[in-house]
Design a protein around this ligand. Structure first.
Ligand code: TMP
Length: 235
């Protein structure tokens, strides 16, 4: 099935297939933080992120959010629709944490009065700087209509995921999404939704169950990823 390695990122490899419209994503155990400055391995992460992402993307599809997901091929590999990635990291925040806490002086854990949507321009050399709708338009990164669609999907995804996770005793603090364009221009959700790209806190203890355990050297990184998979998928 896999043909050529098209791209190797920090956490995933992407391969071409016999079908020009379809790609295979292969999730790695490699972990990086701070734009690649910190490097490590999280045993079993690739399997968990692949399975958790697919589980959530299937649920989102069923609720009317188009995604790149086609089919899980193996524990680490998934067949997806080929997209051109819109070069934006779309960040949705419900509770202050991470860079928002630093930038605005809000204590981590402060409930935000309303949901915050942020965009960062995906450019490693520049350190993924934050941009707004005007920058996005001025740089031709996306059209007005595409930005509207992306924002609309992001808020819907936040509502659905927050409610779904609350039932599993998980607070969805914040998360990062990426969108892509299919050949015909349709905007779909792409990349991953996993403990690498979300902040998940236990609702009662506020224990961190995500990549912050790796970023901040909090220990029990593997245990946190496993706990998320167990709560979401029962295994
Ligand atoms: P931040 O508080 O560091 O800006 O992160 C916000 C959210 O985005 C958090 O859930 C982690 C996620 N994220 C990524 O998925 N990739 C990244 O490169 C960064 C910096 C954050």
């Amino acid at each position: 099935m896999k043909k050529d390695l098209l791209y190797e990122g920090k956490a995933k490899k992407v391969y071409s297939t016999d079908n020009a419209e379809e790609l295979i994503v292969d999730y790695k155990d490699d972990a990086t933080a701070f734009n690649g400055l910190k490097k490590g391995t999280i045993e079993g992460k690739g399997v968990i992120n692949n399975r958790v992402t697919n589980h959530l993307m299937k649920m989102l599809e069923a609720r009317g959010i188009p995604t790149h997901f086609i089919k899980e091929l193996s524990a680490r590999e998934t067949l997806v629709k080929k997209v051109t990635i819109v070069p934006l990291e779309v960040i949705v925040r419900n509770i202050a944490a991470g860079s928002l806490s630093k930038r605005l002086g809000l204590e981590e854990g402060t409930k935000l009065a309303s949901t915050v949507l942020e965009y960062c321009y995906k450019d490693d050399a520049l350190g993924d700087p934050m941009v707004n709708e005007y920058h996005i338009k001025a740089m031709n990164l996306a059209t007005d209509e595409e930005i509207k669609t992306i924002a609309d999907y992001s808020f819907k995804i936040n509502k659905f995921l927050s409610e779904y996770l609350a039932d599993l005793n998980i607070e969805l603090v914040d998360f990062k999404l990426e969108f892509g364009r299919l050949t015909d221009g349709t905007i779909v959700l792409a990349d991953e939704i996993s403990p690498d790209t979300c902040r998940f806190w236990d609702s009662k203890t506020h224990e961190k169950l995500d990549k912050d355990r790796f970023r901040r050297d909090l220990g029990n990184v593997e245990g946190a990823y496993k706990e998320i998979m167990k709560r979401l998928m029962g295994e």
